[in-house]
Design a protein around this ligand. Structure first.
Ligand SMILES: [Zn+2]
Ligand SMILES: [Zn+2]
Length: 125
C-alpha cells in the first residue's frame, strides 16, 4: 500500500506546485508518466476523490472536463470567486466582498466553490 500512498502524495504535490492553476486529470497523468509512474486515470480519480473529501483541493467543471486546484487558504477560497485562463489555466483570486451587495440585493447565494469566470490572461492574449 506504500506505493499507492506515494502516488496520492505525488498527485497532491503536483496540484500544490500548480496552485495558481486549475489542472486536469490529463495534466496529472502526463506529469506522473513524465516521472516514470504509469498510472491509469481511474486510479487518479480515486485519489482525487480522497483529496476532495479531505478538502485539500477544489473541483470545477467546464466543457465536460474537471479541473482541480489546491486550496491555499481553506476559508477564503470557499468564499470568493476565481477567474481562470482558458489557455494556460492561470487562476486569479477575486476579492471576497466583490459580489456581496449583488447577492444581497438579489437574495442570491453564489456557489463559489463551483463557479468560475473564464477568460484569457494577459500572457496568453
Ligand atoms: Zn481563491
Ligand atoms: Zn493564460
Amino acid at each position: 500500500m506504500r506505493y499507492n500512498t506515494q502516488n496520492k502524495q505525488l498527485i497532491l504535490e503536483y496540484i500544490k506546485k500548480n496552485k495558481d492553476k486549475y489542472v486536469s486529470v490529463n495534466d496529472i497523468q502526463q506529469e506522473l508518466i513524465n516521472q516514470g509512474n504509469n498510472i491509469n486515470k481511474s486510479t487518479i480519480y480515486r485519489y482525487i476523490d480522497q483529496l476532495l473529501s479531505e478538502k485539500l483541493i477544489l473541483k470545477y467543471t467546464a466543457e465536460k472536463k474537471a479541473y482541480f486546484k489546491y486550496i491555499e487558504d481553506n476559508e477564503s477560497c470557499h468564499t470568493h470567486l476565481h477567474m481562470k485562463c482558458k489557455r494556460c489555466g492561470l487562476v486569479v483570486h477575486l476579492p471576497t466582498d466583490l459580489l456581496s451587495s449583488i447577492e444581497e440585493s438579489n437574495q442570491f447565494k453564489v456557489e463559489y466553490e463551483t463557479s468560475i469566470v473564464q477568460g484569457i490572461c494577459n500572457l496568453c492574449q
